[in-house]
Design a protein around this ligand. Structure first.
Ligand code: HEC
Length: 114
């Protein structure tokens, strides 16, 4: 019973906490240097959820609820031509964090704001 309750509380608690605690730190370390308001590489900024929904030349970067259809996930896996970040791939643990975040609706937090 207890694990179920915790699961429920965990689900209820997604008010941006998952983004702030798990997703934002990876973005800060690996993406923000090139995708910010000044350097909008690929025309996307990670300080702006709308910008990711809109995407750049390749179309929307994220499709909330659909990690498999999100360009960002394809880029993280380094499977195709678009490989992000350029250079070494993120760890599979980090990639999983992005997948979970997009799967659960890509809720934004307070940590990254323009
Ligand atoms: C060293 C700079 C650099 C870093 C770091 C970087 N990117 Fe990029 N990113 C680019 C450039 C340049 C492009 C445009 C590439 C192109 O059009 O072929 C791009 C394009 C993209 C696109 C496609 C946008 C579009 O529609 O054209 C996505 C999605 C993306 N990056 C995600 C990420 C993610 C996620 C991270 C962090 C894990 C990241 N990038 C880190 C430089 C960077």
């Amino acid at each position: 019973m207890l694990p179920l309750v915790l699961l429920f509380l965990g689900a209820k608690a997604d008010d941006g906490r998952f983004f702030d605690q798990r997703v934002a730190p990876i973005i800060e370390t690996h993406c923000l240097g090139c995708h910010n308001e000044e350097l909008k590489n690929g025309n996307i900024s990670f300080l702006d959820r709308e910008s990711l929904l809109r995407g750049g030349a390749h179309g929307p970067a994220i499709v909330p609820g659909k990690p498999a259809g999100s360009l960002l996930m394809i880029a993280l896996r380094h499977g195709g031509e678009l490989q992000m970040p350029p250079g070494p791939k993120l760890s599979s643990k980090e990639i999983t964090v992005f997948r979970k975040w997009i799967q659960s609706g890509a809720v934004w937090g307070a940590r990254l704001r323009k």
